[in-house]
Design a protein around this ligand. Structure first.
Ligand code: NDP
Ligand code: 8X3
Length: 259
């Protein structure tokens, strides 16, 4: 399926995988709606895309945890961006690696509110239009942490298991429509994810990506574009995308990464 002039909404487009998705969908000729909380970062992404000759994206400063703000943002999209064809539910984060019995309810709420409820608010706002038009594609960014758990991953893993369950449920609820739902579930990807998890501790975050070559955000965006570009009768349900040296969430080959 060609994506030229399709409207793609990417949440969490100010960094990492979301930013790479913005770049990849722009290359396909999509009209983009980019959402995140950091407006300055969205502006920088939009400037780069416009400098590359693409149409300037529509930017939405949005916290996906705020249901009313999500509804208002979707309802007030200007006409060229109003009919969303592709929704990439990517906004998400982890906080800490505490054991459950020592964990912080603040961290738990932030992860659940963003990764699960935020995804629900955005999907609930966008899906009725897709169903009414009988076309569209929701692509959820899950994780290998939605298939396997690891020590200290408890609540983050639970949110990604929830993304998997919600995606499977949505596929059933959409039967009889031409609206598709895919999940792309990566293993380790080098982004700002670990810096956020470790609250700005750059040294600790950098170490996460030193033991073997991780995926890049562009690798994940490539898989997401693959889902979106299949012919309309083909539904990619789930892609699990791992670094070659990561056999499971907790099992990897310590090949090292050259400086
Ligand atoms: P980054 O930290 O680089 O990017 C996260 C993005 O999410 C940012 O653009 C951030 O924007 C946005 N975001 C976070 N909270 C909110 C919020 N409340 N409202 C709106 N936007 C928000 O991490 P990644 O790119 O790695 O993460 C993207 C997704 O990929 C997440 O769902 C993550 O769970 C998943 N993932 C990541 C993996 C990895 O190893 N990196 C592996 C598997 C899955 P802003 O702060 O400006 O709001
Ligand atoms: C992010 C990957 O392994 O830190 O979803 O859970 S992991």
């Amino acid at each position: 399926m060609r994506l030229k002039d399709k409207v793609a909404l990417v949440t969490g487009a100010s960094a990492g995988i979301g930013q790479a998705c913005a770049e990849a969908f722009a290359k396909e000729g999509c009209r983009l709606v980019l959402a995140a909380r950091r407006r300055d970062r969205l502006e920088a992404v939009a400037d780069r895309l416009a400098a590359d000759g693409g149409t300037r994206p529509h930017l939405v400063e949005l916290d996906v945890r705020d249901r009313q703000a999500v509804n208002a943002a979707v309802d007030s999209l200007p006409p060229p961006w109003r009919e969303i064809d592709i929704l990439v539910n990517n906004a998400g984060l982890s906080r800490g690696l505490d054991r459950l019995h020592e964990g912080s309810h603040v961290d738990w709420e932030e992860m659940i509110d963003t990764n699960v409820k935020g995804l629900l608010w955005v999907s609930r706002a966008v899906l009725p239009g897709m169903v009414a038009r009988d076309r569209g594609h929701v692509i959820n960014v899950g994780s290998i942490a939605g298939h396997q758990v690891y020590q200290g991953g408890n609540v983050y893993c639970a949110t990604k298991f929830a993304v998997q369950a919600l995606s499977r449920g949505l596929r059933l609820d959409l039967l009889g429509t031409r609206v598709r739902c895919s999940t792309v579930d990566p293993g380790m990807v080098q982004t700002e994810f670990s810096e956020v998890r470790f609250r700005g501790d750059r040294d600790r975050a950098d170490k996460v990506y030193r033991s073997f070559p991780p995926l890049t955000a562009a690798d994940v965006a490539d898989a997401i574009v693959y889902c979106a570009t299949r012919p309309s009768h083909v539904a990619v349900q789930e892609i699990v995308l791992m670094p070659q040296d990561q056999g499971a969430v907790y099992a990897s080959h310590p090949r090292g990464v050259p400086d």
